[in-house]
Design a protein around this ligand. Structure first.
Ligand code: SOE
Length: 386
């Protein structure tokens, strides 16, 4: 197959920078595709650090000003892995200079920003995607297939929880994920956004929500960690936590299904408990990221006496992506969700169509989150604007 190169310029290089760079590097190893990424350049403000990261992550060059990266003629795709408050300006500038854009989630701070981002990529006809990577776990894609094939019938419930515990210690510092001006919302945008994306993918559009949000630890030491999610700082200076430690909401879907959502960083013992259970008129499906290759399914027409949830290891030839990885039972991990997502992005570039989840999905997601915040403030059901 003939291939052409797409030259990647990445802005940022921490947790997500590492996940994305690794995925670009591994992509051609597993997927034979028409469009192949080249790690052309990376941007970060601190020269010493960005130089070191460029070498480690495998980029050919670096910039200390993201605007210069976007102006460069030897870059075709801008990948944004910086904190949320920077996404809109960067993505719009990238689109306006004719570059394809991949952006970390949540797409923006507000629905208004997300709308402008979506208009910019549409107007400039570039390929765009937002990195809701969990859609790309093979078990989740198989769940989607079972739903589309009608195997669980009409969907009535989704119970989606995203449970973490890495911020329970009150001495954990006021990192950017807790600073409203940088992050927008707390758990809602950081992890609840993933549950919303999974629900929209598997169940459909949300019509209205009723939310409640809480902040358990109201002051934290000032300072940043070294990039991980668990390091602590000692500081005498405290700052206010202005975002949610937990967000929960009820949702009515357009197709009549009912959703119950919960996102928290205070669910002790749950490190990355991204889970859902979907119940339909003919069966049920359950997934848990911590056992990401497994899917639990229940079919109501199973023989009486043998009914119950069965556990499927989604690594067989019948399952999505199995053919590019390992033999049955040899599972894949978190990092492969990003590789699978990028394979879609590259296909999208080859075909000239923005794959999903794209900026339109990011915008819809943002509208749901904004409605959850409004509902919490007003203590009433809020319709999602269309
Ligand atoms: C931290 O809460 C975090 O890394 C999120 O930012 C990611 O989106 C999620 O995938 C895992 O947890």
């Amino acid at each position: 197959m003939g291939s052409h190169k797409i030259r990647v310029g990445m802005i940022g290089y921490q947790f997500m920078g590492k996940a994305h760079s690794h995925a670009y590097r591994d992509l051609p190893f597993y997927f034979e595709q028409e469009v192949v990424p080249v790690l052309q350049a990376i941007a970060g403000r601190n020269e010493e650090k960005v130089k070191k990261e460029a070498e480690k992550l495998g980029f050919l060059s670096y910039e200390t000003d993201w605007k210069k990266l976007i102006e460069r003629e030897d870059i075709d795709l801008i990948d944004i892995v910086t904190p949320n408050n920077t996404h809109a300006e960067m993505a719009i500038a990238a689109a306006e200079s004719g570059k394809h854009v991949l952006c970390e989630k949540p797409l923006a701070l507000t629905a208004e920003q997300a709308e402008r981002m979506y208009q910019a990529v549409k107007k400039n006809r570039v390929i765009h995607m937002v990195t809701h990577n969990y859609r790309f776990a093979p078990a989740v894609q198989y769940a989607k297939k079972l739903i589309e094939d009608g195997r669980i019938g009409q969907i009535r419930h989704i119970r989606a929880t995203y449970l973490q515990d890495w911020m329970m210690d009150p001495n954990f510092p006021l990192v950017w994920r807790l600073r409203k001006e940088i992050t927008g919302t707390g758990t809602l945008g950081d992890i609840g956004a993933h549950s919303i994306d999974l629900a929209r993918y598997l169940v459909g559009e949300i019509d209205e929500v009723m939310g409640t949000m809480k902040t358990f630890v109201k002051k934290r030491p000032l300072g940043e960690t070294k990039g991980g999610l668990s390091a602590k700082v000692e500081s005498e200076h405290m700052g206010d936590v202005e975002v949610d430690d937990t967000a929960a909401f009820l949702a009515n879907f357009e197709n009549g299904a009912l959703g119950v959502f919960e996102a928290t960083r205070y669910a002790g013992g749950n490190r990355n408990g991204n889970r859902f259970e979907i119940n339909g008129s003919k069966g049920s499906i359950r997934w848990n990221m911590e056992k990401m290759n497994l899917l639990q399914v229940y079919f109501d027409d199973d023989e009486p006496g043998l009914q119950g949830f069965r556990t499927i290891h989604c690594t067989e030839e019948h399952h999505p992506y199995a053919e590019v990885y390992w033999p049955a039972g040899h599972g894949i991990g978190y990092e492969h969700t990003f590789i699978n997502l990028l394979s879609c992005f590259m296909d999208g570039v080859a075909k000239g169509v923005a794959p999903r989840p794209n900026f339109e999905d990011g915008l819809m997601n943002q509208r749901v989150m904004e409605a959850v915040v409004n509902s919490t403030e007003k203590r009433q059901w809020i319709k999602i604007p269309k």
